[in-house]
Write a protein that binds this ligand. Sequence first.
Ligand SMILES: Nc1ncnc2c1ncn2[C@@H]1O[C@H](COP(=O)(O)OP(=O)(O)OP(=O)(O)O)[C@@H](O)[C@H]1O
Length: 286
Amino acid sequence: MDTVIEFENVTYNYPLTDKPTVKNLNCKLEKGKFYGVIGENGSGKTTFCLLIRGFAPSFYQGELKGEVLINGKPTVEYKTGELSLKIGYVFQNPFNQISGVKETVFEEIAFGLENFGIPVDEIEKRVIEVMESTKISHIAEKNPFELSGGQQQRVALASVLVLKPDILVIDEPTSQLDPEGTESVFEIIAKLKESKKTVILVEHKIDLIAEYADEIIVLEKGEMIRFGDKQEILSDISLIEHGVQLPQMAILGNELMKQGIPLDYIPVTEKQAEKVIGKVTLKEEK
Ligand SMILES: Nc1ncnc2c1ncn2[C@@H]1O[C@H](COP(=O)(O)OP(=O)(O)OP(=O)(O)O)[C@@H](O)[C@H]1O
């Protein structure tokens, strides 16, 4: 097991708050795995992400107890900027990501690399590559603020991916997007899964989490109430009482089992449902 991120008894208070926003968090996240972070509104998902990237407490200040370790070293011991190469952070709202100082998508994506003193021809090569893989080459000359929400979020993702970080923290990338924009962002997320990067994704669209995540982290009122295998967690009907939305297929599977229809396992994706429910239907038809 190759741990890249570790929370050791982490409790964190934002400034001027009397109660901690997250409490006693303990977990080890492994290299190359895809983690889905879920939980009701205000449960601490964004704060969890900010702690990984070190923005809490470096930017937000406040009080951190315990340690968040990246590759074995506490976030608070990294020098300014050092974590930005290791951890790509995509904000919920692409407006927070786009610099506002560059006039074209191409320049926007190149901006991060310029800050790290990378040679111009290398910058151009990397920007062209990332624009192709995120399918935004056709808007290279457009102003980032003239784009649709989906396009802006793709530019935000591209500007992070161009830095080639090993870890990606993506906080609700589709919350402001229509179905088409959501699909275009998830095309990129599907590629990330293949790339074997460590991904931490907060997403309310639970069917997308079911499709892509390997492991699930469930937060409730700042506490980690579940951590582990996707199949096990997303099929657990008792989580609904904790404000967690379950995939439609898991709800259907639980209902069928309740009615005495035996399934090999509770499906959490449509593909799995086709398999396990299809098998039962075939048996009944015989
Ligand atoms: N800068 C801040 N100062 C004080 N309290 C904050 C700050 N940011 C967030 N909080 C509080 O911390 C709690 C957890 O917020 P957080 O954004 O981490 O939850 P979340 O699960 O991501 O919510 P959502 O699903 O609505 O995005 C909330 O009660 C929120 O009001």
